[in-house]
Design a protein around this ligand. Sequence first.
Ligand SMILES: O=P(O)(O)OC[C@H]1O[C@](O)(CO)[C@@H](O)[C@@H]1O
Length: 532
Amino acid sequence: MQQIWTALSAHHEGVKSRPILSLFDAERAAGFSARLGGMLFDYSKTNIDAEARGLLIDLAEAAGVAEKREAMFSGAKINETEGRAVLHTALRNMDRPVMVDGKDVTPALRETHALMQAFVRDVRGGRFAGQGGAITDVVNIGIGGSDLGPAMAWLALQPYADGPRCHFVSNVDGAHIHDTLRGLNPETTLVIVASKTFTTIETMTNAETARRWMAEKVSDPAAQFAAVSTAADKTAAFGIDASRVFGFEDWVGGRYSMWGPIGLSLMLGVGPEAFDDFLAGGAAMDAHFRKAPFAQNLPVLLALVGIWHNQVCGHATRAVLPYDQRLSRLPAYLQQLEMESNGKRVAMDGSDLALNSGPVVWGEPGTNGQHAFYQLIHQGTRTVPCEFLVAREGHEPDLAHQHLLLVANCLAQSEALLRGRSLEEAMAIMAKKGLTGAELERQARHRVFPGNRPSTTLAYPQLTPHVLGQIIALYEHRVFVEGVILGINSYDQWGVELGKELAVALQPILEGKESAEGKDGSTRQLVDFLKG
Ligand SMILES: O=P(O)(O)OC[C@H]1O[C@](O)(CO)[C@@H](O)[C@@H]1O
């Protein structure tokens, strides 16, 4: 592989100052795009040419992406630091047998899915009610992967929301649960405690708070609680009846778990049919990922663009910019998916990573970002590769003119990043405004856009449940491919542990029960200040 990395780096050196615009002959756009059904992934506005693409594909082949992909889908224990299979894909394709430790896991998946559907139908049909009437509101208490997926999708699928209203509480900051519960009626609220481990301090603390809130108004608060977890013993200890506990196995990673019981709140909000459409979208992307040649394979190409920008060109961040307000939480969702998966400093075998790990992922929906941080993207000294997402159609036919404006803005941004504005062009504009001499040039220089800034665009017909499923599975597989190329384990998250341990140790210090001796001077000063 080293030879391929060296060739890529040499190729980049040779082309890095070439204008991307110069690559556009009649074939460029179609030749550097890939499609799946109605979805179009256009990466032609990057500096990747046929040679770079060939080398990147060589890299994917040399890293064993195809073999490791099949190992993942077939239930091999590719999460080697935890000794676990990685089978979120089985949650959206329950008809294809998958063996783990010699046993087909799909019958149990189908059973849990059917139990979820029955419970959801009972809640939505009023057969399962609160102690003051039909359930009007669902509060999902979870954090990280037990929150971000359903919370993101609940916003994304608002046009399909025809059940109880969903709310999401994650932060241990009491303000979050306080502000969420303030407007709700405990007698008609269902609380879902969503935690893979059922030990996460934030979630368990919020669950206790919700139970106390419920107990003030209803005689049997536990009757309005459901749980989603891999730990049946712990949900029972919390007092949640087994009929409302939806289990899953440890081979579903937290940040990959929204397809199964962690999606219960979403299924309640949009209904089992829309939820199944979401699963089918994910399964369609899986089938494409397994079958399509690398040069037409959306997840592979998205990953290779990522590797090119981060590890080859050295751009440390990437911006995810959905021109789709309902995807406003997609960047936050992808931050966990990508950064918790590929933010690793050692390779699978424990050796130091020779390359940079995954990038910093950030973003906000367009057009809002344009009026906030795009200034830096256009004229800052660093290059930020941008990933635009946009639908051909919105869900508001009477506001089609606004959708058109949205699309125009999305296309304008990627065009501006590509094309830029030269000093001559800026001087011509300022000259027309009457400026001359040194002042003309000084003012014009502020109005220059260097351009040649890379972006990709994922365009899709409409943000339906099916398309959302495709998009999420696309990004999941992108993370997988990047992880395989970097040689890391994308499915553990040891980097979150130290902070958790130190927080537990700091609690008694803040309560004044233990001394801060042994802590560094800054921490001691802050403890003194914050203890009050
Ligand atoms: O579902 P749980 O076990 O409460 O964990 C929540 C989140 O915490 C993490 O373990 C990180 O701390 C995530 O990976 C996970 O999604």
